[in-house]
Design a protein around this ligand. Structure first.
Ligand SMILES: [Zn+2]
Length: 124
């Protein structure tokens, strides 16, 4: 597990760097003045403060990169405190297979299925 976690950490760190620059680019490219100004604010701040700044100001559904950024940062934070690999809903260990697919995954298989079903219901 530890060796795997190290590999996951490296791939998440790499993804994080890309995500941050892509996300900033996306905000900058927005025709919306508010979003555009937000990008300017972010540039003046260290990237580890971005989520705090952006939080509740934009809709994650409109910005998939932001959504992903939150997940990746959460996973890295969990690694730091030794809580990586546990489901955020039931606190059981997440199946290794799911972590292999996406180290930033936050839910075990059964909770993920439940969450997806609930999401569907809310949308319809
Ligand atoms: Zn679970």
């Amino acid at each position: 597990m530890n060796e795997n976690t190290h590999n996951y950490e490296q791939s998440l760190q790499a993804e994080l760097a890309t995500l941050r620059s892509d996300f900033l680019g996306e905000l900058k490219a927005s025709p919306n003045e508010f979003t555009h100004n937000l990008a300017n604010t972010l540039e003046l701040n260290p990237p580890n403060k971005w989520l705090d700044i952006v939080m509740e100001k934009i809709n994650p559904e409109q910005f998939p990169l932001y959504d992903r950024l939150m997940k990746v940062e959460a996973a890295l934070c969990q690694m730091e405190i030794g809580q990586f690999g546990y489901c955020c809903d039931c606190e059981q260990t997440i199946e290794l297979e799911l972590l292999e697919q996406d180290p930033a995954t936050q839910r075990c298989r059964s909770c993920k299925t439940k969450a997806l079903k609930n999401g569907d219901m809310q949308q319809k």
